[in-house]
Design a binder for this molecule. Sequence first.
Ligand code: NAP
Length: 352
Amino acid sequence: MSTNEIKVGVLGATGAVGQRFVQLLEDHPWFRITAVAASERSAGKPYAEAVTWRLDTPVPEAVRTLPVALCEPGLDCDLVFSGLDSAVAGPIEAAFAAADYAVVSNSKNHRMDEDVPLLVPEVNGDHCAIIDYQRKRRGYGRGFIATNPNCSTIGLTMALKPIAEQFGLRQVAVTTLQALSGAGYPGVPSLEILDNVLPYIGEEEDKMERETLKLLGRFRDNRIEHAGIVVSAQCNRVHVQDGHMECVSVALENKTDADGLAKALRNHRGPPQELGLPFAPARPVIVRDEPDRPQPRMDRDAENGMAVTVGRIRPCPVLDMKFVVLSHNTVRGAAGTSILNAEFLRTQGYLD
Ligand code: NAP
């Protein structure tokens, strides 16, 4: 290991999100996986034996033989990425933070804690400063918890941020068409989803409506003031493997047209782009002009799955403007944003 590398562990390494972490971290220039952990079912086995690998690249050589540990502090690493089942993530993540590990999580458990940043660096990088308050309030040393939002909220807020900044947002109505991989494995039974659409995803609408307000909120005096906008979400599961699509209508403070909205989205850049972070897409938002884009199969892998694609920008006769957003739910919507968060937190001194 070079002296510049940081040892990282993956909690929930055998799960759908955990596998993405293992895949995406192969050859990462800053982070080296030195520990993998999961439940008692997997503990003690070499990773390649414990995992039912479902990605289309092989299990990385350096991780194949790592023994799967239990999710308890004592792992040989300084930072843990968490893809833990939310039924167990809350206390496990807090125990790691208290034991001086940096915890960068995908799970919902700590997202809405008032002293935990809910982070997408292109949207609200400045919220990471709440970690100082968290450490003081909870008596942590160098440990902390940072989270990323739910998969559909990440795609939505990456599109809303430049709109909120330039035109002011008042209301958002969003209808999602969410991929099957978002439900983990084995997920939705095939006989329920073949030739069908499921108009219910447990807790998803509530998460989108609440998390969006925290993300678009303002950090001031050790508090994150939630944005004063209204969000209405309707979430559907569709017969697509990867890639969440979202049909969005927005009401604005200051009116614009399709060209104005497209320009704001195209020009958006955030701290990851300015800092040239390894996982940063050159363009966080790609705007397509074709009338039939974005589509999951054609657009989910844009910029290695880290960019969101927006298309069909047009006036909305009910609110002001409407458009379609597409993002890769297990890359930008989960493990990829966590890795970008860790890269960003390193540049801000939180991994020193
Ligand atoms: P998953 O495939 O069911 O994986 C869950 C992981 O948690 C497995 O590694 C499992 O280990 C481990 N685990 C379960 N019970 C445990 C216990 N008692 N102690 C320690 N480890 C335990 O779930 P997933 O789809 O990857 O989701 C993981 C988290 O990310 C969830 O909180 C989910 O809401 C969130 N998330 C998922 C997505 C997505 O697209 N799938 C997107 C954003 C966020 P074993 O293999 O040993 O059982």
